[in-house]
Design a protein around this ligand. Sequence first.
Ligand code: IPE
Ligand code: IPE
Ligand code: MG
Length: 239
Amino acid sequence: MTSIDATRLPGHVAIIMDGNGRWAQKKGLNRILGHRQGTETVRQIVTVSRELGIRWLTLYAFSEENWKRPAHEVQGLMKLLNHFLKSELGEMQENGIRFKAIGRTWRFPVATRDILLETMEKTSANRNMTLTLALSYGGRQEILDAVAEIAGRVERGEMAANQITEQTMSDALYTSDMPDPDLLIRTSGEYRISNFLLWQISYSEIYITPTLWPDFDKKEYLKAIRDYQQRDRRFGGVD
Ligand code: IPE
Ligand code: IPE
Ligand code: MG
């Protein structure tokens, strides 16, 4: 088993945390208990990322499409999120973790929005790692929001349409201050993107594991990173 090469770490790891429901179902439990176990995995993966020295970790926690789920499941997820943010603040401060949320978070209940804001403010000076939760997030919605903003600038005569570049677009996304993900992981074996970071993953290395999110542990995570380190990233060029 090859070990992790500390000089070739992915700068930004993005994860589609999938499979909480199936994990619970397999055990004959309520789906919410799967989500609760999933937050334990979040804790562990945040800790390992920080220990390894990964600078950006982005976790897909709730999609725009997840609002379609039964109200009690959505409420259960909000409760877990509130609890997670409150209980992890100390840990984030101790480990120099900056917290960020991306997505249409104004759709959340005011109590959740308040905790999100408070966590972002209190951790804003931390510099070791940025933990971003994608919440009420959709890649298409993000692109639409960016296009509307850029179109507004053109309409007001602040820029010409032919001045729009890839950089203009990147700067108008929720992720404007972040590098693109180097490694995109999806758990639970689904071979799809489910509307996550559509613009940003154009050259991300993709790793899909059948392991369900609540079972995704340090060993599995290191395996994904080792796999990434074997990849030859050509970006359309030749070696
Ligand atoms: C991922 O687990 C968490 C969220 C989408 C909030 P799921 O709830 O999608 O679990 P499965 O896919 O039903 O197993
Ligand atoms: C993607 O998982 C969203 C999150 C992990 C938050 P879903 O379970 O919602 O995706 P689909 O429905 O299987 O595509
Ligand atoms: Mg799912």
